[in-house]
Design a protein around this ligand. Structure first.
Ligand code: ADP
Length: 517
C-alpha cells in the first residue's frame, strides 16, 4: 500500500468508525427514528433504530422496505394522516399525533416529527421520522377531559337544581299569605313579595332600595321597633309578635303583627333580615266579638242561676221532714249541678274580666299553710276517689289575694284528680325557695306531651286525646296563670305522658311587688 492508498484507507476507516458511533448513538436513543427514501417508489423505510423496533414490536427485517402507514393497520380514517400527507407533498416538516398499532395489535399514540432532507438541487431525497410513544400522556389527557366533562355535568345539574330551588322558594314566597320584606344591613329593602304589594297597595319601585323607615308614611319608623330590628344582626335575636296599630296610607287603620329574623340559609345571606308582616285587624276584631259574647253570655247566665240556686235552697229548707228520701236526693243532686254551673259561669266571667283588664286583686297578708289546708278540707267531702297528701310547711306569711290564690290551688288539685282516674292520691308540697313560696301539685295520671305542655295555658286549649273522656272548657289553667302572673309569680308544668304531672307555682314574699291594686 503506497502513501496515497494508506491515506485513503485511514480516511475510510475513520469514516466507518464515526458511522458506527453514530449508529450506536441512534440505537441507544429512547426515541424511535426512521428514515424513508423518497426517491424510491412509495417512500419506503430504509433505516430504523432499535428504539423504533421496541416501540412497535416489529423486527428490523419486518420494517425495512415498508411505507410507514403499515403502523396504522386498518385505522386509516385519522384527520392527522391527511395533514401529514399534505406536509409530505409540500416537502414541509410537521408534527402529528397518530393512532398506531404494535405488532401484537395494541394501540399506542405516536407523536411523530417528520423532517424532509433535501439534496443540493433542493429535491427531497429522504424523510426523517422521530417518534415518541405518548399513550400515557394521551390517556392522562383523556382522563382529564373526562373528569372535566363530568364536573361540567355536575355543575350544570347543580345550577339547574339551584335555579329550580330558587324558583321553588320564590314561588312559595310569592304565594304565602303573609307580607314578606328582605332588608340589607342598612335596613334598605332588597325585595318584597306579592302579598306585601297587594296588602299595602304599593308597587315594587316604591319599596325597593328604600329605607324601611321611609316606607309609606313612616309606619315602621317606631323607636321600640327600630331598637329591636337594629339588634337582630348583632345578636341574632329575632323580633317576635311586635304589634303596629297605625293609620296606613291607602288602606286605613290596621293592626299589623310583625316578626323579624336574621336570614340563615346554610350560612349564606347572614347579613339580611326577613320581616314577616301579618294583618291581624280582622282576627283581633273576631276575638274581640268572641270575648264580648262570652262576657255578655256569662253575665246573662249568672242572674237566673243565682235565682234558681236560691229557690232550690228555699225548697230544701221548706221541705217537710216527712218528705221522701228520693225527693231529698233529687234536690241535693240539683243543688250540686247548680253549683257546678255556677263555677263554670264564674270561670267564664273571670276570663272576660282578665281579657278586659278588669280583674283586680285584693291583697293582704295571709297564712298559706292554713289556706291550703282549708282547700284540702273543703275538697275532702266531694272527693272520695283520691287521698290528698300535704307535705311541708312555710312559716312566712304571703301577701296576695287569698281568694284568688286558693282558687288556683283548687283548680290544680281538681285537674290532678280529674286527669288521674286510675290513681288514688295527689301530693301537694309547700316550701320556701330563696325569697319565694313554692307550691307543687303532683298527680300520677295521664300526663301531658311535651308539645301540649306549651299550649295548655292558652285560653280554651284542651289536649285532643283527653277531650272526649274528661269534661271541661280549657280555661282553668289560663285563669291560674293570669292570677299567678298578677301576683308576680310563675306557673309551670313538668310532665311525662302516662306517668303523671306536677304543676308548680312560685310567689315572691316581697309584699310590695304583689300589690295589683
Ligand atoms: P279543662 O281541664 O277544663 O279542660 P284546664 O285549663 O284546667 O281546662 O286544662 C287545660 C288542659 O290541660 C286540659 O284539657 C288537659 O288536657 C290538660 N291538663 C290540665 N291539667 C292536667 C293534669 N293534671 N294532667 C293531665 N292533663 C292536664
Amino acid at each position: 500500500m503506497n502513501t496515497e492508498e494508506r491515506k485513503l484507507f485511514s480516511i475510510t476507516k475513520d469514516a466507518l468508525e464515526s458511522l458506527q458511533l453514530l449508529k450506536a448513538a441512534l440505537d441507544s436513543s429512547i426515541t424511535g427514528i426512521v428514515i424513508t427514501d423518497n426517491s424510491l417508489p412509495d417512500n419506503p423505510i430504509v433505516y430504523c433504530n432499535e428504539s423504533f423496533e421496541r416501540l412497535t414490536g416489529y423486527g428490523r427485517d419486518e420494517i425495512i422496505g415498508r411505507n410507514c402507514r403499515f403502523l396504522q393497520a386498518k385505522d386509516r380514517k385519522q384527520a392527522q394522516r391527511d395533514y401529514l400527507k399534505k406536509a409530505i407533498e409540500a416537502g414541509d416538516s410537521c408534527k402529528v399525533e397518530l393512532r398506531n398499532y404494535k405488532k401484537d395489535g395494541t394501540l399506542f399514540w405516536n407523536e411523530l416529527y417528520l423532517s424532509p432532507i433535501k439534496n443540493e438541487e433542493g429535491r427531497i431525497t429522504h424523510f426523517i421520522g422521530v417518534q415518541h410513544d405518548i399513550t400515557d400522556r394521551k390517556k392522562a389527557e383523556h382522563d382529564l377531559q373526562y373528569e372535566k366533562e363530568q364536573i361540567e355535568k355536575i355543575v350544570q345539574k347543580r345550577t339547574h337544581d339551584l335555579n329550580a330551588s330558587h324558583e321553588y322558594l320564590n314561588s312559595i314566597l310569592q304565594t304565602v299569605r303573609e307580607s314578606l320584606v328582605v332588608l340589607d344591613p342598612s335596613y334598605n329593602v332588597l325585595s318584597v313579595n306579592n302579598h306585601f304589594l297587594t296588602t299595602f297597595k304599593v308597587n315594587a319601585s316604591e319599596t325597593q332600595g328604600k329605607s324601611l323607615y321611609e316606607l309609606g308614611n313612616g309606619q315602621w319608623n317606631i323607636k321600640p321597633l327600630k331598637d329591636l330590628i337594629e339588634g337582630i344582626l348583632p345578636t341574632s335575636n329575632p323580633v317576635l309578635g311586635f304589634e303596629v296599630d297605625h293609620e296606613f296610607p291607602h288602606i286605613g287603620r290596621k293592626l299589623m303583627l310583625l316578626n323579624a329574623y336574621r336570614i340563615e340559609l346554610e350560612g349564606e345571606f347572614k347579613d339580611r333580615i326577613l320581616l314577616a308582616i301579618e294583618d291581624i285587624t280582622d282576627k283581633r276584631a273576631i276575638e274581640q266579638r268572641k270575648d264580648d259574647f262570652l262576657s255578655v253570655a256569662s253575665h246573662e247566665l249568672k242572674t237566673p242561676l243565682t235565682t234558681i240556686k236560691g229557690y232550690v235552697q228555699l225548697i230544701q229548707r221548706l221541705l217537710p221532714p216527712t218528705s221522701s228520701q228520693k225527693l231529698k236526693d233529687v234536690l241535693n243532686t240539683t243543688a250540686i249541678h247548680i253549683d257546678r254551673l255556677n263555677q263554670l259561669v264564674k270561670d267564664l266571667l273571670d276570663v272576660s274580666r282578665i281579657q278586659t283588664g278588669n280583674a283586680s286583686i285584693h291583697a293582704d297578708y295571709f297564712n298559706v299553710n292554713k289556706m291550703v289546708e282549708e282547700v284540702i278540707e273543703g275538697l275532702k267531702y266531694s272527693i272520695t276517689s283520691h287521698k290528698i297528701h300535704l307535705n311541708g310547711q312555710v312559716d312566712q306569711e304571703v301577701y296576695g289575694d287569698e281568694a284568688q290564690l286558693s282558687q288556683v290551688v283548687i283548680n290544680l288539685i281538681s285537674n290532678a284528680i280529674k286527669y288521674s282516674p286510675k290513681a288514688d292520691c295527689v301530693d301537694i308540697s309547700l316550701s320556701k325557695v330563696s325569697d319565694y313560696l313554692k307550691v307543687s301539685v303532683t298527680d300520677y295520671g295521664v300526663g301531658i306531651s311535651q308539645a301540649d305542655q306549651e299550649k295548655i295555658f292558652q285560653r280554651f286549649y284542651r289536649v285532643g286525646a283527653v277531650q272526649k273522656h274528661f269534661p271541661g272548657m280549657g280555661i282553668g289553667l289560663y285563669i291560674c296563670q293570669q292570677i299567678i302572673e298578677q301576683h308576680f309569680g310563675y306557673l309551670w308544668v313538668e310532665s311525662e305522658e302516662g306517668k303523671g304531672s306536677t304543676f308548680s307555682f312560685t310567689l315572691p314574699f316581697n309584699a310590695s311587688t304583689a300589690d295589683g291594686e
